[in-house]
Design a protein around this ligand. Sequence first.
Ligand code: DC
Length: 231
Amino acid sequence: MKKITIAIDGYSSCGKSTMAKDLAREVGYIYIDSGAMYRAVTLYCLENGLFTPDGIDTEKLETMMPNIRISFQLNPETQRPMTYLNGENVEDRIRTMEVSTRVSPVAAIPFVREALVKQQQEMGQAKGIVMDGRDIGTVVFPDAELKIFVVASAEIRAQRRYDELKAKGQEASYEEILANVKERDYIDQNREVSPLRQAEDALLLDNSNLTIEEQKQWLKKRFEEAVNGKC
Ligand code: DC
């Protein structure tokens, strides 16, 4: 069966990763969470004192970019991909509120995007990949055979992130998360480089009222259509 490239874009916390991961596992494709890569760079900035009272020290970050190596490895128990930063498993540390509140300005820096987009394109060279993010269908893989753009209301997305953090035993405030979701939407949509937008040839999925299982079935159908050339 021919291998294709699948680009899943959309707003933060709209369930992109869940559906992308599930599909990749089911059809034997590689799954890449591009947001995890921006989060890993943000963690690197936090741990290396690059957030200053005046903002991000972009000059220093630019010199350090070549030292930032991001990779993914499957967790043998869960079969889920874990994010590694310079050889260290940072999967949990990149999901904290501290990283969530600081990642958007890092993801808006042109040289950061340039470096990560290049790595993402290299990861997708052999096709057989599902990548999720904000600019996958528009910038990273404009020729992807299947492009999905996922939307859901800010309140529903905040509730999902709140439930996720609580389930991991982390402290969380729904109001704080909702404010963060809205702020990230604004920055993601209004930044100068690669703002979040639906590619012209992307299929729109509003999953506000869908269960995980329903959206999984929907995506599987779209995958089959794309592989069989009906998309
Ligand atoms: O999907 P996420 O919430 O983990 O993404 C974290 C941040 O990274 C979010 O503010 C948007 C940004 N991002 C991006 O600009 N481009 C991508 N391809 C993926 C994520």
